[in-house]
Design a protein around this ligand. Structure first.
Ligand code: NAD
Ligand code: TDX
Length: 348
């Protein structure tokens, strides 16, 4: 059986990728490598535990000796690398954590794959973000040839890791692919990110902190469509290439929050307009990118991928998941989350 390592498989997107790969590829042995930071949660993977082609290895990718021990213990056919520090606000308060995991951790994995992996037949797939391209004005979209121009410590660390992955292809002929995706929404997302944070706050009648004037724009993609794109690119992408992934679904933050409030009023049996009264404009994020929008035509034309779920449908499903999984939300927002929340929002 071929061994495929998926890093960050206990996180938001990673858990969707692991579930899909385990279910669709019984001929592959999927090894989920995750340090279980605050963002990683094995509860996200209850339905694959015990599957014969699935294994979990708790490991920090910045621990070079442990990474090397894993890669040298058995032949690793390929790697799908999602492990990362992923939250922009945290990167503003603690950039070094982002350098360690996103840059150093990625290079440690590249070295291990280069030394021990099946570089003849397999590949190293690096999952990245559209934020590496910087910010857009009112017009235009990011393509694969848009120059890198990262603005936050998070996006600078992801840009740097993208460059290392590409450099290993050029220098050592390592078989690699990279994808850069827009904002994901869906189940199992840690409630530091806009949508689950707002759902949690609406449910608890807490203020809804909208940064600045709420006019920043994001391009939202259903997480399962991202996971499907990752599966497709892993098997069918061309080595050395980059693929942009996006939902063609732009929303101003404030419009998205209003839409969420309307749906939540209906679902919670509140008066129309009740949840929207919780909206509170707060100090803007430092260096806040104005607009992201992806041109995904390369992926569509070359590999035949298109988003499968209309936003209205995916958004409603997402909200239902959080309302049905209040225990999950309760557990992940207990303890350290409370400290994070007051540090980030108390004086904003
Ligand atoms: P997440 O924060 O939900 O999950 C990250 C996972 O990585 C967690 O399980 C965590 O435990 C693990 N991890 C963190 N540091 C680690 C370390 N040092 N060693 C091992 N494991 C570690 O992130 P996500 O939103 O699922 O994002 C996954 C990937 O996709 C990231 O690389 C991110 O940059 C990229 N991405 C995310 C989005 C998005 O909208 N969330 C969009 C585009 C790209
Ligand atoms: O409380 C909030 N209020 C608010 O107005 C939060 C948490 C966010 N925002 C705004 C900031 C952004 O304009 O909402 C927008 C979305 O914010 P996030 O959910 O933090 O996502 P973003 O910063 O756009 O980055 C996300 O998409 C790209 C992911 O976190 C990254 O990992 C991914 O690479």
């Amino acid at each position: 059986m071929k061994n495929i390592i998926i890093t960050g498989g206990a996180g938001f997107i990673g858990s969707h990728v692991v579930r899909r790969m385990v279910a669709n590829h019984p001929d592959l042995h999927i090894i989920n490598v995750d340090a279980l930071t605050y963002a990683g949660n094995l509860e996200n993977l209850k339905d694959v535990e015990g599957k014969s082609n699935y294994e979990f290895v708790k490991l920090d990718i910045t621990d070079g000796a442990s990474v090397e021990a894993l890669f040298s213990s058995r032949k690793i056919h390929g790697v799908i690398h999602l492990a990362a520090e992923s939250h922009v606000d945290r990167s503003i308060t603690n950039p070094l954590d982002f350098v360690m995991t996103n840059v150093v951790g990625t290079v440690i994995l590249l070295n291990a794959y280069k030394a021990y992996g099946d570089t003849e037949n397999g590949r190293f797939y690096h999952v990245s973000t559209d934020e590496v391209y910087g910010t857009l004005g009112d017009e235009g979209k990011f393509t694969e040839t848009t120059p890198y121009d990262p603005n936050s410590p998070y996006s600078a660390s992801k840009a740097s890791s993208d460059h290392f992955v590409r450099a290993y292809h050029e220098t050592y002929k390592l078989p690699i692919v990279i994808s850069n995706c827009s904002n994901n929404y869906g189940s199992h997302q840690f409630p530091e990110k806009l949508i689950p944070l707002m759902i949690h706050n609406i449910t608890h009648n807490k203020p809804l902190p909208v940064y600045g004037k709420g006019e920043n724009i994001r391009d939202w993609l259903w997480v399962e469509d991202h996971a499907r794109a990752i599966e497709l690119i892993y098997f069918k992408g061309v080595n050395g290439e980059t693929y942009n992934i996006g939902g063609n679904n732009e929303w101003k933050n404030i419009d998205l929050v209003h839409k969420l409030c309307e749906i939540m009023d209906r679902k919670l049996g509140r008066e129309p307009g009740e949840s929207a009264q919780l909206i509170t404009y707060v100090t803007d994020r430092k260096g806040h990118d104005f607009r992201y929008a992806i041109d995904a035509s390369k992926l569509e034309n070359e590999l035949g991928w298109t988003p499968s779920v209309a936003f209205d449908q995916g958004f409603e499903k997402t909200i239902d998941w959080y309302l049905e999984n209040t225990e999950w939300l309760g557990r992940v927002t207990s303890g350290a989350y409370a400290d994070y929340y007051s540090a980030m929002y108390a004086n904003r």
